[in-house]
Design a protein around this ligand. Structure first.
Ligand code: NAI
Length: 209
């Protein structure tokens, strides 16, 4: 994609994608920009502006063709491809993520978990094996792994990221509560549930000061 699209826009795309998937499930194939704005909660002009970044969709007087827009957004988000993925750290969170089948359905194919704990090495989560981190380099190269999910303690996150990058990982989904530093060609998405929870806490307490 040549044009630089702002991260604020990109962060709204998965929401459009999700609502469009729901509409398709309900067999809604055409929707006016007003109806779409009502269900998503963004103004029609916001939606138009966002989509215009990618060439614009929808027609005056017709609205949006749901399937076409869904397919285009899938392509824009790279969800028309599949990504071989591993999870590093097979504790509570790593296992919970491995147990979730939704990632697989959207093209993120978790191939294995890795851990340093010998008591975890060898067990299976669903059909996935927990492997020794010592085997990680070979596995990443052999299985053409693109994405790694970091679920280690935060003290281990940066050194884990360094190793993953050295072994050829291109994208890191980091759950450890510390921002990791990576070279420019490596993409990182930090996830922090506590930050979201604190926003809820703020909203509950807003006006109490
Ligand atoms: P846990 O202690 O159950 O699991 C951590 C696992 O990482 C253990 O099995 C441990 O043996 C393994 N490990 C340690 N060093 C390693 C290394 N160098 N390489 C590979 N594996 C290694 O912890 P839990 O509850 O699963 O949390 C994992 C991480 O996720 C923590 O950093 C925690 O703070 C974070 N977390 C983040 C959330 C978020 O919203 N981003 C939510 C919950 C947890």
């Amino acid at each position: 994609m040549s044009k630089k699209v702002s991260m604020a826009v990109i962060r709204r795309l998965p929401k459009y994608h999700r609502y469009l998937a729901d509409l398709l499930d309900k067999e809604v194939y055409r929707i006016s920009s007003k109806e779409l704005s009502e269900i998503i909660g963004f103004t029609a002009s916001q939606i138009r502006q966002d989509l215009n970044n990618f060439g614009g969709f929808g027609q005056q007087g017709y609205g949006y063709n749901v399937e076409e827009l869904y397919n285009e957004l899938s392509k824009i988000l790279g969800l028309d491809k599949s990504y071989n993925t591993i999870i590093l750290g097979a504790g509570n969170l790593g296992q919970a993520l491995a147990n979730y089948s939704g990632f697989r359905r959207s093209g993120f194919k978790v191939k294995a978990l890795f851990d340093i704990n010998p008591r975890l090495v060898g067990i299976k989560i669903q059909d996935l094996e927990v492997m020794d981190v010592e085997k990680m380099e070979e596995f990443i190269k052999k299985e053409d792994i693109t994405i790694a999910v970091i679920c280690t303690p935060k003290e281990k996150a940066q050194e884990s990221a360094n190793k993953l990058i050295e072994y050829g990982i291109k994208g890191i989904w980091n759950f450890a509560p510390m921002d990791i530093t990576v070279p420019e060609n490596i993409k990182v998405e930090e996830v922090n549930l506590s930050e979201s929870l604190y926003v809820l806490s703020y909203m509950l307490n807003d006006g109490l000061m």
